[in-house]
Design a binder for this molecule. Structure first.
Ligand code: PXL
Length: 281
């Protein structure tokens, strides 16, 4: 039976992030993917000026109420970028209405990167997002979001294995079983991820060559590869490894292709590889 997911995040018309990335990647993984848009923007909020922003909060409850009457089972509920901190309550309500005990609740607490909150993000978002994380089975913060969720200083280039381990343990204590932290740099020239499941003493670290630059939408792209792979039955570690290799290749292709980086990464070009890696043992 085909797996079914529902992705709850914004539509940014241009810039390859959130739903315009999540939907094709989960579909390429063979997942029947529904969406609930949280906001409609002309572009993402990084490196563009003059973008439009329509908060769709007033649609969330009516959509949820209607979908609830359909009685469908979602194998995964995936939340990402939210238009306001008030939307967190709506998302928790959606989880209550649309998920059952078998639904993999996957939360990407999208609100900050490189030590700073995104433009338009209310300052109380980390506090609210922390509540949402407590409802998740898996969360995928970057290192900036991890520190803000835990109300810890952003470690910057002081980051160490001990700090990442502490963050992973404390994030698990909020409720999730799995934590994957992205944008982990312990040594110059390398960036990677920390993969942690409750009960582990320390995370599994995976590193790849570091590319300089701001790569918009790569958190959403990484998370979508990870979830697609998890839903196809791969383990957390294998899925995270697949997602890391693919996002690394996307960034390499973005730099090679020469398109301005604000237009996101060419994830379309690695979808055939994603499909074949999902179908190999
Ligand atoms: O990629 C995260 C993201 C999603 N959606 C919007 C954004 C961003 C990051 O800047 O602005 C609208």
């Amino acid at each position: 039976m085909q797996k079914r997911a529902i992705a709850v995040q914004d539509i940014s018309c241009v810039g390859r992030c959130s739903l315009t990335v999540v939907l094709p990647i989960l579909s390429a993984a063979g997942i029947n993917t529904s969406i609930i848009p949280t906001a409609l923007l002309s572009t993402h909020t990084g490196e563009f000026v003059g973008y439009t922003h329509l908060d769709l909060s007033n649609q969330l409850s009516p959509i949820t109420t209607h979908l609830n009457t359909l009685g469908i089972h979602f194998d995964s509920f995936y939340s990402g970028y939210l238009a306001s901190s008030a939307q967190v309550e709506e998302i928790i309500h959606m989880i209550d209405q649309l998920c059952d005990s078998h639904t993999h609740v996957f939360v990407d607490p999208v609100f900050a990167d490189h030590g700073r909150m995104y433009s338009l993000m209310p300052l109380d978002m980390p506090k609210h997002m922390k509540r949402l994380c407590s409802h998740a089975r898996t969360i995928v913060p970057n290192i900036t979001e991890a520190s803000l969720l835990l109300d810890q200083p952003y470690p910057g280039d002081q980051l160490s294995k001990e700090i990442v381990t502490d963050f992973c343990q404390k994030l698990c204590d909020l409720g999730p079983e799995n934590v994957v932290i992205t944008d982990v740099t312990l040594h110059p020239g390398e960036t990677g991820i920390a993969i942690f499941t409750r009960g582990m003493d320390s995370p599994i670290f995976l590193f790849r060559k570091h590319y300089d630059g701001m790569f918009h939408g790569t958190g959403d792209t990484f998370a979508s590869f990870l979830l697609g792979s998890l839903l196809q039955g791969k383990s957390l570690e294998t899925s995270a490894r697949i997602a890391l290799d693919l996002i690394h290749e996307c960034i390499r292709l973005a730099l090679e292709g020469g398109e301005p980086l604000r237009y996101g990464v060419p994830f379309e070009l690695v979808l055939p590889k994603f499909w074949s890696v999902l179908h190999s043992d």
